[in-house]
Design a protein around this ligand. Structure first.
Ligand SMILES: [Zn+2]
Length: 345
């Protein structure tokens, strides 16, 4: 037993001395002084020591513990640069250091707000890759190579038919291939278009798309969901208008407008140029998104039976929603990282 104590003492002092950083030192401390450490074990084994030797062995173990603890403390303060907390003086009369508290970027915040409305309706958030292949970005969504609408979506190509996605819709196709209806999802994310940058265009922007598929989804469900969204986003009195439109992946399709959030459509009847609203230009309506019933061809492409399922889809530009909501005049402000702009949110 005495030999063992001496042995442990030697190796403990050595290991503590060799510890090069706080982690190694902590490992050594646990090994020797921890609750299941070697020194603690020695105390537990005292029962097997004959009564004549017990007092001496006890003293030896105690002295080992003191030696190891001191070696540990010395090494700890050496590692922390001799900074001993007990010696630190804190002047509590000094003014505190205020930490700058960050917050969400207006785009992240708008994405959270948009998704939040749909989450409250039972939608699930799904994300997908920004680098896509042509199949998911175009063909799976009923946009074949020769389709004229492909021009509008054309994007940045990488090698071998890979490209930066031009919309978040490929995630719809990817999700449908792996999941069966019924489901309701929203898909937020970055998209890319070869647009020259100006006050209202950017080569990169954000979209949120939604997709609901089940056995009896009707256009009225789409209208209900979007009306609720518009009211939560822009106020309870917001009105909606659906205009017939065309998208390859929906049929029928609609552009969706809301009543102008600046003039509520009142400048429409003003009739005089000087009183025209700067936001809607006197039209009384502003376009916020595109939507429609999922084209049966899209269902076929992902292996669903269009006779059995129906669904609706919608997609909106996040920057556009944020611009309208916060009265921002230039899309470039979102990406310039000017702290004076960002602090306003
Ligand atoms: Zn207006």
């Amino acid at each position: 037993m005495k030999d063992k104590i001496r042995e442990i003492e030697k190796s403990a002092v050595e290991e503590i001395a060799l510890a090069a950083d706080a982690d190694m030192l902590e490992k050594a401390r646990v090994k020797y002084l921890g609750r299941k450490g070697l020194i603690t074990e020695l105390f537990k084994n005292m029962g097997g020591v004959s009564s004549s030797e017990r007092a001496e062995v006890g003293r030896l173990i105690n002295s080992l513990k003191v030696t190891a603890s001191k070696a540990f403390d010395d090494k700890a303060s050496a590692i922390s640069g001799g900074r001993d907390l007990k010696c630190q003086k804190v002047d509590i009369t000094l003014p505190g250091i205020a930490r700058e508290i960050g917050h969400l970027h207006p785009i992240s915040r708008t994405i959270e707000e948009i998704c939040g409305v749909f989450i409250s309706l039972g939608f699930k958030v799904v994300e997908g890759p920004e680098i896509e292949n042509e199949h998911y970005n175009f063909e799976a969504l009923n946009i074949p190579l020769e389709h004229p609408s492909r021009d509008a979506f054309d994007t940045f190509y990488l090698a071998d038919k890979w490209l930066l996605r031009s919309h978040t819709s490929p995630v719809q196709a990817r999700f449908m291939e792996k999941n069966n209806p019924p489901f309701a999802i929203v898909i937020p994310g970055k998209v890319y278009r070869p647009d020259a940058t100006d006050a209202s265009h950017s080569f990169m922007f954000h979209q949120v798309e939604g997709l609901v598929v089940s056995d009896n989804i009707r256009f009225s469900d789409l209208k209900g969901a979007l009306t609720l969204f518009a009211r939560q986003m822009f106020g309870e009195t917001t009105k909606m208008r659906f205009r017939p439109s065309f998208f390859p992946f929906t049929e029928p399709s609609a552009e969706v407008d809301i009543s102008c959030i600046l003039c509520s459509g009142e400048s429409r009847s003003a009739g005089h140029d000087s009183r025209r609203c700067s936001l809607c230009g006197g039209k009384g309506w502003i376009e916020i998104l595109g939507a429609g019933m999922v084209n049966p061809k899209v269902f076929k492409n992902v292996g669903y039976d269009p006779e059995k399922v129906t669904g609706f889809a919608f997609g909106m530009g996040v920057e556009r929603i944020a611009i309208l909501k916060y009265g921002i005049t230039d899309i470039r402000m979102f990406f310039e990282n000017d702290i004076r702009f960002l602090r306003q949110f």
